[in-house]
Every structure is written in structure tokens, then in C-alpha cells.
Ligand binder design. Structure first.
Ligand code: URA
Length: 189
């Protein structure tokens, strides 16, 4: 068991649990407000994230930050952002099931330390891995599902929104729904 995120990060930075370790530039551990009770989980680092060592800093990250800000949420203030896999899959392919499995322990430890009240799964990969194996983002986005005392919600990935902007209003509603739920629960905002 790890005492805090800094101690966990130290361990994750040296991870060799799967083949992605060989091609990564940086481990992308996660970033956010220390007391955050909302955890947002993406898929895995892309090229910019791999270069900078921080999640969601490329084009889709900029869109995500803009949408979060509109809902009163931000990595500086009240949320924590991590990914299913901490190292970039080459050519931004989907992470393989065995890579997700190899990385899951780190995410579990992050979750155990943060003890989030709400987890937002960003995109299909996170939602099928964490909420329900046949989760359909287009049908089930925005719905809160309680799992072991934590409210889980899946929504569109910003990369998908860049390709298909028609879903942007729905994704924005989902994030506004999180802010509303956080307020109802009295979470720090
Ligand atoms: N896409 C993700 O799922 N995560 C990132 O960190 C960047 C892009």
C-alpha cells in the first residue's frame, strides 16, 4: 500500500510491467488537485502527452479542458486526471487488453489514495474496462452507475468529439451533470 500519490508516482516511473515501457519517452502518471474527489480517466497518452509527461495536453486535451472549465471543473482546482495505461501505445493504437491489465494495479492504487466520489470514464476504452464490458458510449453516456460506493459515468472522448462535433452538446451536458452531482454531494469545487 502506498501512503500518497508522490510515493506511488516514484514507483510507476520505473514500471516495466508491459511492452509499452520499451517505446515510451515519459510515463504519464496523472495530474490534478491533491484533494480532488472527481477522478477523470482517459485511455492512454498520445504523442504530446508522451513528450510532456502529462495527460491530455494535445488537441483533444485542450478541448477537454475548455469543456471542463465551462462546467467549473479543472485539473488545477477540483479534479484529478489519469489514464487506463500510463505509457503511449505506438502510433496511438488502442491499448491492448494485456497492457490495460498490466497497468490496472497502478490505477487501483491511484483510486485507493484519492478515494473519489465520482469517476468519469472518458471514451469507450475506459468505460468498457471500468463500468461495464459492453458499455455503449452513444447510448449510456451521462448515466451515473454506483459501483462500490463510487458514482461512475462514461462520456465521449474529446478525440471523438473533434472527429464528430455533433456530440459536443451531449458531452457538455454530461460534464455539467457531474458538476451538479458534485454540488449535491457537497464535494470540494
Ligand atoms: N487521450 C487520452 O485518452 N489520454 C490522454 O492523456 C491524451 C489523449
Amino acid at each position: 500500500m502506498y501512503e500518497n500519490l508522490d510515493e506511488l508516482r516514484e514507483e510507476v516511473l520505473g514500471c516495466q510491467n508491459c511492452g509499452l515501457a520499451a517505446t515510451r519517452r515519459n510515463v504519464v502518471f496523472g495530474v490534478g488537485a491533491p484533494g480532488a474527489k472527481i477522478l477523470l480517466i482517459g485511455e492512454g497518452p498520445g504523442e504530446n502527452e508522451d513528450k510532456q509527461g502529462e495527460p491530455f495536453v494535445g488537441r483533444s486535451g485542450q478541448l477537454l479542458d475548455k469543456m471542463l472549465e465551462y462546467a467549473g471543473l479543472s485539473r488545477k482546482k477540483n479534479i484529478y486526471i489519469a489514464n487506463m495505461v500510463k505509457c503511449r501505445p505506438p502510433q496511438n493504437r488502442d491499448p491492448a487488453p494485456e497492457e490495460i491489465a498490466a497497468c490496472m494495479g497502478w490505477l487501483r492504487n491511484q483510486t485507493a489514495i484519492l478515494r473519489p466520489a465520482i469517476i468519469i470514464c472518458i471514451g469507450r476504452i475506459a468505460a468498457v474496462s471500468l463500468i461495464q464490458k459492453d458499455f455503449k458510449v452513444t447510448k449510456q453516456h451521462g448515466q451515473f452507475i454506483e459501483k462500490n460506493g463510487t458514482l461512475m459515468m462514461g462520456t465521449f472522448h474529446p478525440a471523438a468529439l473533434l472527429r464528430n462535433p455533433v456530440n459536443k452538446p451531449a458531452a457538455m451536458e454530461d460534464l455539467l451533470g457531474v458538476a451538479k452531482k458534485a454540488q449535491e454531494l457537497g464535494l470540494p469545487l
